[in-house]
Design a protein around this ligand. Structure first.
Ligand code: PLP
Length: 262
């Protein structure tokens, strides 16, 4: 019998990207790279490649609950990450599961893919606001998701604080506003409404960025599972995703994935 002890367990609740660049696949690769034990609750299956999403199918809510219970009841989790949740029913079921789990939750409020494909029904936005964000330890919206959820459209670095305040109204303990879509340095703002951490990285001229958001949120969850504080976890995750973007590679005819093993 081996005397090894298990690495901390991290659970992603998200959709599958058949192309392996985003979603569950990016989450598990990130967790492997960061030395934690990755586990997955699948919410939806997408037929997807470097050109976009060709089809998406949700799993029944019972299948999502059963996967979650199987993992939590036996193996246990030190952090949870959520990604594509597809429908109001799934958002609400996952929010209830997280509320009953004694582990930090990183919520990536995924709305639309980089190609413009919807990954969340418009009818689910209110459930994200009122049910999922209140149970989040850290929420990681990009600027489009902030606009969709709060109506605040941030177009300059100076707007990030306003965007963060609007997001915090929904109740997450911390928020990371991802300013990567602005020009200049890739600047993110992490705040709990009191502390502010401005995270800055040089912009890499690389269009192969598929899976960036999933990777950042999974890296935060992985670092939290190792016992880091939220500011430490987000700082380490930002460094990891910056390397993954810098070394993203072409794949297929469209936008290639970030690189998890740089
Ligand atoms: N596909 C799935 C299943 C996802 O969960 C996500 C993002 O969360 C995406 C695609 C979008 O990836 P990107 O916007 O980085 O292309």
């Amino acid at each position: 019998m081996s005397g090894r002890t298990a690495p901390p367990g991290v659970l992603t609740v998200a959709g599958s990207d058949s192309g392996g660049g985003a979603g569950i696949q990016a989450d598990l690769k990130t967790m492997l790279a960061l030395g934690v034990h990755g586990m997955s609750v699948l919410t939806a299956v997408t037929a997807q490649n470097s050109l976009g999403v060709q089809g998406a199918w949700e799993l029944p809510v019972e299948a999502v609950r059963a996967q979650y219970r199987s993992v939590v009841d036996d193996i246990g989790v030190r952090a949870v990450k959520t990604g594509m949740l597809s429908s109001a029913e799934l958002v609400e079921a996952v929010a209830d599961l997280i509320a009953g789990t004694d582990a930090p939750a990183v919520v990536d409020p995924v709305g639309v893919s980089k190609h413009g494909d919807p990954l969340l029904a418009a009818s689910a936005l209110d459930s994200v606001r009122t049910r999922l964000l209140p149970v989040a330890t850290v929420a990681t919206p990009n600027l489009d998701e902030v606009a969709q959820l709060t109506g605040v459209r941030a177009t300059t670095e100076g707007d990030l604080r306003r965007a963060a305040r609007a997001m915090l109204e929904f109740g997450p303990r911390w928020v990371v506003i991802k300013g990567g879509h602005l020009s200049g340095d890739a600047v993110d703002l992490l705040t709990d409404g009191g502390e502010e951490h401005w995270l800055r990285a040089p912009r890499h001229d690389n269009r192969h960025t598929h899976g960036t958001g999933c990777t950042l949120a999974s890296a935060i969850a992985s670092e939290l599972a190792k016992g880091r504080t939220v500011p430490e976890a987000v700082t380490a995750a930002k460094a990891y995703v910056t390397g993954a973007i810098a070394t993203g590679f072409p794949l297929g005819a469209g936008i290639g994935p970030v690189n998890h093993t740089w």
